[in-house]
Design a binder for this molecule. Structure first.
Ligand SMILES: [Zn+2]
Length: 171
């Protein structure tokens, strides 16, 4: 789509601080981050909702996991959150938010002040982590139903109480 900001980054028409790229997906730093190293993962193909192309969306999630691992190893956050917000840009994307002790990236937080130089070195730092994980072609496994062996019944205990006796009489 010609007026889509993410398509423009994918096409290289506007610069993005890339941290990861494969055949179908691209990840780059959010230029208005709510925490240090916040990234956006997009499919290269333009579509709005994840269910318009489930296969590509699942590849974007795979890429988001790789990006999270790169962030974890380079910036060592406490935790990493993923989010999918449809409203912001109508091009499917997964946001990867690192959370630190003193900086929890809540949506109501104001974007942090960052300059181009900081973003450039941050992108370099995240990009340089080798995760060494590749998506394998999906193998659909047929799991057969396994019937559990019925355990041998334990001999019934009789307590001798009148209640137990009554239950046995009824059984
Ligand atoms: Zn787009």
């Amino acid at each position: 789509m010609s007026d889509c900001i993410f398509c423009k980054i994918v096409a290289g028409e506007i610069p993005g601080f890339k941290v990861y790229e494969d055949q179908e997906t691209l990840a780059f730093l959010d230029v208005m981050p709510r925490s240090r190293g916040m990234c956006i993962v997009v499919p290269k193909k333009h579509y709005h909702r994840f269910d318009e192309d489930m296969d590509t969306s699942s590849k974007a999630f795979d890429a988001a996991i790789v990006v999270a691992e790169k962030i974890q190893r380079s910036l060592n956050p406490l935790a990493i959150f993923f989010s999918v917000l449809e409203a912001q840009v109508p091009h499917f994307h997964v946001r990867v938010y690192p959370a630190y002790q003193d900086s929890i990236p809540l949506i109501e937080n104001k974007p942090m002040e960052v300059d181009q130089k900081q973003l450039m070195s941050l992108a370099e730092k995240i990009r340089s982590v080798e995760v060494g994980w590749k998506r394998k072609e999906r193998v659909v496994e047929v799991v057969r139903e396994v019937k559990a062996e019925k355990p041998a019944e334990e001999p019934r205990k009789t307590s001798g109480s009148s209640w137990a006796k009554r239950m046995e009489d009824l059984a």
